[in-house]
Unconditional design. Sequence first.
Length: 248
Amino acid sequence: MTSTADSPSGARAASSAGSHSFDVVDSEILVEAPILALRRDQVRMPGGRVAAREIVEHFGAVAVVARDGAGRICLLQQWRQSAGERLVELPAGILDVAGEDPLVAARRELAEEAGVAAERWSLLTDIYTSPGFAEESVRVYLAEGLSSVDRPAPEDEEADMTESWVDLAEAADMVLRGEVTNSIAVAGILAAHVTLSEGRDRREADVPFTIRPTRLAERRAEALGPDADLKQVPQRESEQGADADGRR
């Protein structure tokens, strides 16, 4: 492990080690959309200045490295509008049901996207995907002991999605060749490769998901009720008034 003394910036890092409390003095919601919201926080910086920071709120998500008895994992190719191309990904989905256990969501997504169920589950890693501006965090599982199950008819981008089963070592090489650029897939593939190739102990699947984002989910659940589909966007009072009298 490299010490701060070995780093060109070691002196600065040692002298400024995380003592400031970045208090939020004001906050407002700018956009509410089905799977995210945009929030602007006014944050007190070191020295007293208050700066605006725009944050993408998110429900969080789960992803699965599904490994069969031959050592192959399931990889999907799915169109991503933000990237403007099809990306190599893992089976995954957002935590858009109020209060849902992440493992329950992972089982559902694996069945829906790969058409398989798994007997054995373990935790590979939890990651923030874009912490510079987004709350999204993802729990990545390793699923083994696979069997085929029925899957629902795909819709939207998933109707164009393709599936392949690739040896885990080859998938890791794909990451290093730049053929896998989805950050969740990169993290999951490499974590699985290290865990399995080095014989690491498996982590329990029910370890608390401490970095799971809660703000958007709690706000939607309060407005929509328990067990709601959190992708519904609640109407604001001003919008409800406009609907009622038809003039605004």
